[in-house]
Design a protein around this ligand. Sequence first.
Ligand SMILES: [Zn+2]
Length: 205
Amino acid sequence: MNYVQHALIGLTTAGVGFYLGAQVGPDPPGGTTMVVAAGLVVLGSVSPDIDHPQAWISRRLPHKILGKLLPPLLLVVGLAVGLSMAGGHSVESGLRRLWTEIPLVRWALAGIGFALGLMITARLVSKTVKHRGPLHSIVFSLGVTIAAVALAMWAGRDWRFWWWGACFGHGFLIHVLSDGLTRFGVPLWWPFSNKRVRLFGLPLY
Ligand SMILES: [Zn+2]
């Protein structure tokens, strides 16, 4: 399965979950919050394949982010340095003004950090475990979900952000289960068993 299929399966199942949840519980939040939630579902849905160095999340996505963000950032930094030197100011003060006065610069740096983080993580993970290995298991998915929930509550400084982490965890778990539908199967019960499980034994790849 490719990343588009995984993202679509993650979004569809999350959408059904939200719909059913809204029938019995409170209405789901609207607007921007749902867009962020959908983004987290997609990110979770493509994350387990970080154990493959050539996967979309390990290679194409970080390259795309770097290609889009690095050139404009270098241009802006070059301009800031040039203007401060021309104006007789120190380079450091020019860079500091850039950092404090233009939030886009901070966002761009965060994006570049994220892309580099993905590349480094993919390299380390793919050297440590094999593709469709431990990352494609129930135990790992649950561990990732707990960590994502804790991170969301910490980052949002409010426990009510727990469900953002749950959105990521949902995507991750659904990816593992859908890979389990393929011929190759997944070690679903790792670390208790390394046996590859094929759910329903569907003839998918
Ligand atoms: Zn996978």
